[in-house]
Design a protein around this ligand. Structure first.
Ligand code: GCB
Length: 598
């Protein structure tokens, strides 16, 4: 076969696959809003085998065999060994696994009672980083990406009674992964979010998007997609608005309708309003809480519902510092978000990857705007087409999961990238992917190559890619990685002057309780960090197009990048709050700043 014919066949096969997927009605990676469905958790203690040399696949550990004859023996057993909590990272569960990067096999039994006319799906909130799922010894799913969900249908594969589920999890860093070889946070491995067995009827509402119809506070647009391509009635209920409308899907099982409503109370930052919404097809109902708002930019301003909003933001990793592990529960979300709220924020930049749904949903209830991004964090191989496809997949999964979360106002496509043709093409493909799914959000990326121009005496940046974004963001560590070229009172910015600019990171490190000279960076003192905040807050007065600020970061966080033996010890100490939960001096400055501009 010559190249052309091979290409033709490959294209034809891809087309056929796409059509087959469409014909089955399943063209989304997982059903929308799994928490609004009928499910049982498969959380709890799972058995685990640590497989540093990757022998488990060859040994078929997923078959979970035990000797049946006098001659047989197996060099593995899931019984009697390590037990790990799910959800949870493995690193924080035993000292030996603290730095572990490799394969761990997870396994558990569970009971099922599949009924005719029902479908079942296994749903994983996130597995970090690569996973292979085996049910009763059969490989049923592979997934790559540590921060987005995946699902696999198991209808017809579940046995009545006992079933055996195995997940091979691997978190080895590689050049073609996202994030890639080095990044400034802990490379937690494991089944880090909820695992669920979801039951639906044969036909069900698979996906939906409910949002304000443009800017009209008296109309709502609802799009639905059924699991099966079929014309059927779908009822949309919003009881508080006295809406109960039935629409008919087309033969593909799709419908889009704009419903007239009484005047809606819109969702605003600091003034959340959510409505109970349910969507029913036959015997299947999915329920959600949905807010309505619209976003725009006007010159250098970010507008929510037509009103300019200055983003008083903060970042945190999906980590509970006191537990030294990943955050995964409702209680964890409460701890992270209550500390963010105490600072006076109206926005959170979720660093640097989609965080769990408990965080996203609670933030929305609290009236906190979210910026969600995929982990395109420095060091990504922009020449690798396969990496580009993966990034598109991650973006799609993130948008698909949180499309209905009105709190999410920004989709972030990258953090700290350098201009190049391949970078531009890669990021453009992400913007195209995002905009093909969702045009109701603002697209943003964070850059770090702002420099001081000695001639103009201004801070400037040369990266024409910024024109493609709705909002431009800059991470700038004045007083930490960069000494001040001029006093903060003279630090005038001329960066994307006609677009809204968010300072998406600034800060410096200090060890809680360490006191020292406020003028000496290497004192790692609370005083130096506080002074750095004073200086940066002063500089912000000289950024004419400033539309928001987001200090780096709320809590000290764990990172092997940071190995100073006494000041860091594997912690990035830029937190405004220490790993033990104590507020540092800089926290109070930031708190006052946010109180003043509220
Ligand atoms: C950055 C990165 C962030 C790091 C931070 C730092 O620019 O975006 O992930 O943790 O700097 O502390 O250096």
């Amino acid at each position: 076969m010559n190249h052309r014919t091979a290409y033709f066949f490959a294209a034809a096969i891809m087309l056929l696959n796409a059509l087959a997927v469409q014909a089955a009605g399943i063209d989304s990676p997982f059903m929308t809003n799994v928490y609004g469905r009928d499910y049982q958790f498969l959380n709890g203690k799972w058995n685990a085998i640590v497989d540093l040399y990757d022998q488990g696949e060859k040994m078929k550990v997923y078959e979970n065999r035990t000797p049946q004859t006098n001659e047989e023996f197996y060099e593995y057993s899931f019984e009697g060994g390590l037990r790990l909590n799910v959800p949870g990272d493995w690193n924080s569960q035993t000292p030996e696994l603290k730095y572990y990067e490799g394969t761990v096999w997870y396994a558990r039994h569970f009971d099922a009672d599949p009924q005719p006319g029902e479908r079942q799906f296994l749903y994983f909130g996130a597995v970090s980083y690569r996973s292979k799922v085996y049910l009763n010894g059969e490989l049923i799913k592979e997934h790559e990406g540590g921060f987005t969900p995946f699902e696999v249908e198991v209808t017809g594969k579940l046995k009545q009674g006992d079933n055996f589920l195995t997940v091979q999890v691997n978190n080895r860093r590689t050049e073609d992964a996202i994030p890639a070889l080095a990044f400034d946070w802990w490379n937690y491995g494991g089944i880090t979010r909820d695992v669920m067995l979801v039951t639906t009827p044969d036909q069900y509402v698979r996906d939906y998007f409910v949002c304000l119809a443009g800017k009209d506070p008296k109309a709502v647009t609802v799009s639905v997609a059924l699991a099966q391509p079929q014309a059927a009635d779908v009822r949309i209920d919003i009881p508080e608005l006295k809406i109960s409308e039935t629409v008919r899907t087309d033969a593909e099982g799709r419908a889009e309708v704009t419903l007239k409503t009484p005047k809606l109370q819109l969702w605003y930052p600091d003034r959340a309003k959510l409505y109970d919404v349910s969507i029913t097809c036959g015997e299947s109902t999915v329920s959600d809480r949905i807010g309505f708002r619209y976003l725009e930019t006007e010159g250098t301003k970010i507008l929510v519902n037509g009103e300019p909003v200055f983003m008083r933001s903060i970042s945190f990793h999906e980590e509970i510092p006191q537990r030294k592990g990943r955050a995964f529960s409702q209680a964890d979300a409460q701890m992270l978000l209550s500390e963010a709220a105490a600072l006076g924020v109206n926005m959170i930049r979720l660093a640097h990857y989609p965080q769990n749904e408990y965080i996203v949903r609670l933030a929305e209830e609290m009236g906190i705007v979210l910026w969600e991004e995929i982990p395109i964090w420095q060091g990504i191989d922009f020449d690798d087409k396969n990496t580009e496809m993966k990034a598109q997949g991650m973006l799609r999964e993130m948008i698909h999961r949180d499309m209905n979360r009105c709190a999410v106002c920004f989709w972030g496509v990258a953090n700290e990238t350098k201009p190049s043709a391949s970078r531009n093409a890669f990021l453009m493909s992400l913007l195209d992917t995002g905009r093909s799914m969702d045009t109701t959000r603002l697209y943003v990326a964070a850059f770090d190559l702002v420099y001081f121009n000695e001639e103009t005496r201004h801070f400037e940046m040369d990266d024409p890619f910024t024109e493609n974004l709705d909002v431009v963001a800059v991470n700038k560590y004045m007083g930490w990685y960069h000494p001040w070229p001029v006093p903060p009172t003279e630090a005038v910015w001329d960066v994307v002057p006609d677009q809204p600019l968010i300072i998406s990171e600034f800060g410096g490190e200090s060890l809680y309780g360490q006191h020292g000279d406020r003028n000496v960076t290497s004192s790692w003192s609370e005083e130096y960090q506080a002074r750095l905040y004073e200086d940066n807050l002063e500089m912000f007065h000289h950024i004419p197009n400033l539309a928001g600020v987001s200090p780096w970061i709320l809590f000290d966080f764990r990172s092997p990048y940071r190995f100073h033996p006494t000041n860091q010890e594997d912690w990035n100490r830029k937190g405004l709050v220490s790993d033990q939960g104590y507020r540092k001096q800089a926290w109070y400055l930031m708190h006052d700043y946010y109180s003043e501009i509220k």
